[in-house]
Ligand binder design. Structure first.
Ligand code: 5AD
Ligand code: SF4
Ligand code: FES
Length: 365
């Protein structure tokens, strides 16, 4: 009997564990086989986390960054970007908006800084945001590498979750997309993830998909890395060129945007099957390629979406990549828009529920 690609896909999807080769095979599926993978991921999502999507109000509160990642539009070296930093009151109004609109969770994201003023400011925001919501709002920080003391202080003052993308779990690729200096250290990033776990944060990481020099093998290793470090949350999306960055020079090496998009959906679907009860975000970058990109990710396994609630006037300066969506909209627009979109995708929105990762709840600290 001839073993067709379809037979092979079906056989792999029946396995209790995937080998690295299985993942590499699945990453290359197309047409009918890709749809079989997507259907399996949707089934697993419904069974383990339900047909529910949770909102996280995203506050991009500062684009001042001390680092110089080669792919990112707000890197310190990009002198074209006008820098901003929201004051505490403005950030708290965004938190209030999220709370009043039943989001139950917010994400505070900004460029990486470790100075004392910055650390104190975050501590104060955490305290005030918690007391304003009777200690109930879920707070995710996405503020890069910090010392153990700082992570501990933020946890003690109300941070629940921490997102720190490893960007690539492959050391060589990491140093192709970051400067090789003391500010960009692969080992420190891994150590930070370990510290965050030790401090009992809900920990999230992720990678960019479709980077120059990236291979299927590296992407398979990324997925196995998430499993090995046993993360609670993953956010990963397509790499999108920002013309004012050093990595733009390698644009000719990239897969097409459509291929990067499809690869991102396949990564999401395979991850849902590998780590059934974690939270997986539908990356905003998907929508830079496909107007309904985030909804497509929801259909194949993602269960978290981050409506942008940054004040409209600042959004144009938080351009990590080109074609970033929602630049001219306000918080209300994104809420209404995403509500309609999620309903179309067949999921229910978990209004008023924090939507902590079931994977984390099962850890029984
Ligand atoms: N394309 C896609 N994602 C990007 N990020 C930064 N620059 C880009 C880009 N050009 C992602 C990184 C970072 C997150 C905040 O945004 O993965 O961790
Ligand atoms: Fe700074 Fe993050 Fe952009 Fe790197 S990816 S330059 S750390 S904002
Ligand atoms: Fe922001 Fe649709 S999600 S405008």
């Amino acid at each position: 009997m001839i073993d067709t690609t379809k037979d092979q896909t079906l056989r792999i999807l029946e396995k209790p564990e995937f080998s690295k080769d299985d993942i590499i095979f699945l990453l290359q599926t197309d047409f009918e086989c890709r749809n079989i993978l997507y259907r399996k991921a949707a089934e697993i999502k419904e069974k383990y986390v339900g047909k529910k999507t949770y909102f996280r109000g995203l506050i991009e509160f500062s684009n001042k960054c001390a680092k110089n990642c080669y792919y990112c539009g707000i890197r310190a070296g990009n002198k074209e970007t006008e820098r901003y930093e929201l004051d505490i009151e403005t950030i708290l109004s965004a938190v209030r908006f999220a709370w009043e609109n039943q989001y139950a969770s917010v994400v505070l994201q900004g460029g990486e800084r470790e100075d004392e003023d910055f650390v104190q400011k975050i501590t104060e925001i955490l305290q005030k945001a918690k007391s304003m919501t009777n200690g109930q709002i879920g707070i995710t920080l996405s503020l890069g590498e910090q010392t153990e003391e700082v992570y501990r202080m933020w946890k003690e003052n109300g941070a629940d979750r921490y997102l720190l993308r490893i960007e690539s779990s492959n050391r060589d690729l990491y140093y192709k997309i970051h400067p090789n200096d003391k500010f960009h250290n692969f080992d420190r990033r891994i150590d930070c993830l370990k510290i965050l776990k030790k401090l009992e944060y809900q920990v999230g990481t992720g990678v960019m998909i479709g980077l120059p020099f990236q291979t299927y093998e590296i992407l398979a290793d990324d997925l196995l890395f998430f499993k090995a470090i046993d993360v609670d949350m993953v956010g990963m999306g397509p790499y999108i060129v920002h013309e004012n960055t050093p990595l733009a020079e390698f644009e000719n090496l990239l897969l097409s945007t459509e291929e990067r998009f499809n690869l991102s959906l396949k990564m999401t679907a395979i991850l849902r099957i590998l780590m059934k009860d974690i939270n997986i975000a539908a990356a905003t970058a998907l929508q830079a390629i496909d107007p309904v990109g985030r909804e497509k990710a929801i259909k194949v396994g993602a269960n978290i979406i981050m409506p942008n609630i940054t004040p409209s006037e600042n959004r144009k300066n938080y351009l990590l990549y080109q074609n970033k969506p929602c630049i001219d909209e306000g918080a209300d627009d994104c809420t209404t828009c995403l509500e309609a979109r999620i309903n179309i995708s067949g999921d229910e929105i978990g209004y008023g529920e924090r939507g902590d990762a079931i994977h984390y709840k099962n850890k029984n600290f």
